[in-house]
Design a protein around this ligand. Structure first.
Ligand code: CTP
Length: 397
């Protein structure tokens, strides 16, 4: 799959890098770990080498490595560079362009996309110096993941926790490694970035069971394909579905709503976002071990999932055109109107799913906007997708 150069900073969250290596390997990715001096106080090169099944690099002055693989080559051999955890110190060095050790030298020498997963104390995260450095990294084209909020190892509470390793991996644009964007397609959406979510989400209950829904992903995939044909750069964030990646589309596979949320935020900015996914409203506190029938019916504890569309509606990088879907079984237009308002979307594409729309090949939709309601005839999902992309193109013409 993809080759990841993993740069591990010296923070308490460094131990989670080991977990990340395990997950990445399981997903079929190659990982080459690089540890800063600080990181070696938290994880050993030996344990990482075993998990990664790869040599681990620590020093710029390791002559043997320079002979076998110079630092320039090392920085470019991967498809993607991930800094995890990124400490305040490492972020500051990156922002300043310092090359004081192997990690920072690689970061300066690489020509590959870089993603940074910060983890630090809440005050350090909120400090104007760190925020200034983060803004600089973003301006330099580096993807910076939002840290999670919650109780911290230091006893304080707030943003600064490393996101879950699954969410970090989901946020890496590794899909683009397998699906190259359509080079130079000319069309009404040339130069525009279109972000599409599709499919269901799966919320794990235990290692073998999930809460799922019947969304097939067909409508969202058809919209991504039509947007690519119209010349857009398309990022398709797909829940667990078994559909081929449309030609010219960069696809990021996710499983849960939390992963989808992180992947969407990571893909911003976008000119258009079409949120077709049937996102689970709730997630469950999953059991780490398989629930046994003998223990009786499980008591599931639910927590709300982030509402991705509603968050985009209020986001500082809100896409110029924000389109939501509303799968309804009753009061279709009323429900769509209230979603339009509640989620601050520009259009809600309402569909009646009381029949066999979910999983089927046809759809009948109504586009609800501030201008009113437009009825589209029942048609194949491909044809509905083309009609929607035609209307989207018109708003940009
Ligand atoms: N959506 C989202 N994130 C969520 C839930 C929904 O982005 N956590 C998006 C969907 O992709 C869709 C729109 O919001 O574009 C409407 O989704 P729907 O499930 O119909 O709405 P809900 O917010 O779940 O409202 P309700 O349960 O009342 O129908």
């Amino acid at each position: 799959m993809a080759r990841i150069l993993l740069i591990i900073g010296g923070g308490i969250a460094a131990y989670k890098a080991a977990e990340l290596v395990r997950h990445a390997r399981k997903a079929g990715h190659e990982v080459t770990p690089v540890l800063t001096d600080g990181a070696q106080h938290f994880v050993t090169p030996m344990s990482l080498a075993a998990l990664a099944e790869s040599p681990v690099y620590t020093s710029l002055w390791d002559l043997k490595d320079e002979v076998e693989m110079g630092h320039i080559e090392l920085s470019r051999a991967a498809d993607h560079v991930l800094v995890c955890p990124a400490t305040a110190d490492l972020i500051a060095k990156m922002a300043a362009g310092l090359a004081t050790d192997l990690a920072t030298t690689l970061l300066l020498a690489t020509d590959k996309p870089v993603t940074v997963a910060p983890a630090m104390n809440v005050k350090m995260w909120e400090h104007p110096a760190t925020q200034r450095n983060i803004a600089q990294l973003k301006a330099d084209g580096i993807t910076v993941l939002e840290p999670d909020e919650g109780p911290m190892a230091c006893g304080e509470f707030g943003p600064g926790r490393l996101p879950e390793v699954e969410a970090i991996l989901a946020a890496l644009p590794l899909g683009s490694v397998t699906a190259a964007p359509l080079a130079g397609a000319e069309g009404p959406l040339s130069g525009k970035h279109v972000l599409v979510t599709a499919g269901p989400t799966h919320e794990p209950i235990d290692p073998v069971r999930v809460i799922a829904n019947k969304s097939s992903g067909k409508q969202g995939f058809a919209i991504a394909a039509a947007a690519a044909r119209a010349g857009a750069r398309v990022t398709l964030i797909a829940g667990p579905v078994s559909l081929p990646t449309p030609f010219g589309v960069s696809r990021i596979d996710v499983m849960t709503a939390v992963e989808m949320h992180q992947a969407v935020m990571n893909a911003l900015p976008a000119d258009v976002a079409v949120m077709v996914a049937a996102v689970a409203d709730w997630r469950v506190e999953a059991s780490p071990t398989k629930l046994k029938k003998g223990s009786g019916p499980p008591e599931l504890v639910f927590a709300p999932n982030p509402d991705i569309l509603a968050e985009l509606g209020e986001h500082p990088d809100r896409p110029r055109l924000l389109v939501g879907f509303a799968a309804e079984t009753n009061d279709v237009i009323d429900n769509a109107r209230s979603k339009l308002e509640r989620k601050k979307a520009d259009w809600i594409v309402a569909n009646d799913v009381s029949g066999d729309v979910m999983g089927g090949d046809h759809n009948r939709v109504q586009i609800v906007s501030a201008d009113g309601v437009e009825d589209l005839d029942t048609a194949t999902k491909e044809s509905i997708a083309q009609s929607l992309i035609d209307r989207i193109s018109e708003t940009f013409s």
